[in-house]
Design a binder for this molecule. Structure first.
Ligand SMILES: [Zn+2]
Ligand SMILES: [Zn+2]
Length: 400
């Protein structure tokens, strides 16, 4: 870090974010009450656009669905730093009993994307107030449809990061105390593949199996066999998960069905391993099915690659976050195999993604992401805004 006196320091950004506490929690609670599913974020995105316009930020709407971008122009166009928040909710029925619980039956912000949206609006507000002092420009990306791993792809295909030099994002984390941040360079989150398998036999009477070809027995051999790829073909030091999450076949105890449908997911931290498993799954499934006289149809979908943080940008996050929360509260993140489509931005542009602690103070209020009782400690919201504002300010002032 260069020894340059900052016109705006951590106290400034912390102070501004604390002053915005009521504004930010009211945005957060409003979004929480009216959650919208992936690619249906109509109300959320118009609220975001409306708030950005009030700040005097140039807004573009309906990008890759209901995506919104805000461009805050500094003295120069470049370097252009992007910050991304996701906006979608989940098909979960909320059970928090919060006074601002979901008004949309069966839909809930159980992944905290409402908080991400509020945080980024806070950052936009703070930076818009000092835009005359910004030496280059900032882009705020409000992305739809993260939960279905489609939103980043849709926005990238519309060119939202073409001009961008660096990109940053965050995710709230309920197991990390509020006031803490966790990040790591390299692979931090898993790839996401979906596999759909149809095992096709020849149905018949359950008492006359010799006149049929049984896809249920073949499917059980396939499911057992798949796990040997993890245990026998991948280094024990490499994290890999193959989970079969759904199997459907047959309708009666005494009938051999024609077909069994199986669905599962593959997670890794390594692009080569992701490709290797895809090939081996296909070989194993086809050959096991054949040995049971069944035919098979396989659809293997690479949804997102592993999320791999760029080392230099992780350093920037650590330095900026340390200014806001203190060095001792910046932790080294443990990798997880959950996926995050922010990985697609990081495949194209340097940047980093980090965890923001949001653990509620009462232990009985702590639930995992995607849980129907999920809740956050709202004080993480202004903190998140301050960290992102500090990061951008330090970065474009060439202090980091
Ligand atoms: Zn989620
Ligand atoms: Zn999420």
């Amino acid at each position: 870090m260069k020894e340059v006196a900052l016109l705006y320091d951590a106290d400034y950004f912390l102070g501004r974010s604390q002053n915005l506490y009521n504004y930010l929690t009211s945005i957060y609670r409003d979004l929480h009450q009216f959650p919208e599913l992936s690619f249906q974020e109509k109300r959320t995105s118009s609220k975001v656009a409306e708030e950005l316009k009030k700040m005097g930020i140039e807004v573009k709407e309906k990008i890759g669905g209901y995506g919104v971008i805000g461009n805050l122009k500094g003295a120069k166009e470049k370097p252009l730093i992007a910050l991304r928040a996701d906006m979608d909710a989940l098909p979960i029925h909320e059970e928090t009993n919060l006074p601002f619980s979901s008004q949309h039956r069966g839909i809930m912000h159980a992944c905290g994307h409402d908080a991400h949206t509020a945080i980024l609006l806070g950052t936009a507000q703070i930076l818009s107030e000092i835009k005359d002092q910004l030496s280059s420009s900032v882009r705020f990306i409000f992305q739809p449809a993260e939960e279905v791993n489609e939103g980043a792809k849709a926005m990238i295909s519309e060119g939202v990061v073409d001009e961008v030099d660096e990109i940053y994002g965050l995710h709230n984390l309920p197991i990390l105390e509020t006031g803490k941040v966790a990040v790591k360079s390299g692979a931090m989150m898993g790839s996401v593949d979906k596999i759909e398998i149809s095992v096709i036999g020849n149905g018949g009477h359950g008492a006359i199996p010799d006149m049929s070809i049984d896809p249920i027995v073949a499917s059980s051999a396939i499911i057992q066999g798949i796990q040997s790829i993890v245990s026998r073909e991948i280094s024990p030091f490499e994290p890999v998960v193959i989970t079969i999450g759904s199997i459907h076949g047959g309708s009666s105890y005494n009938v051999i069905p024609n077909e069994v449908k199986i669905e599962g997911t593959v997670r890794t931290l390594n692009l080569q391993t992701q490709r290797k498993i895809e090939g081996r799954l296909r070989e194993l499934i086809e050959n096991v099915a054949k040995s049971y006289r069944c035919s098979v149809k396989i659809k293997h979908i690479n949804m997102v690659p592993p999320l791999v943080n760029w080392e230099d940008n992780v350093d920037c996050v650590k330095k900026a976050a340390s200014q806001i929360v203190g060095e001792n509260n910046c932790m080294e993140a443990q990798p997880v195999l959950a996926g995050e489509d922010f990985s697609l931005y990081l495949q194209r542009k340097p940047g980093a993604f980090f965890w923001l602690g949001c653990k509620p103070k009462k232990e009985e209020e702590v639930f995992g992401l995607h849980h129907p009782k999920y809740r956050i400690d709202e004080s993480c919201i202004p903190l998140g805004s301050a960290i992102l504002a500090m990061l951008v300010y330090m970065r474009i002032s060439e202090i980091l």
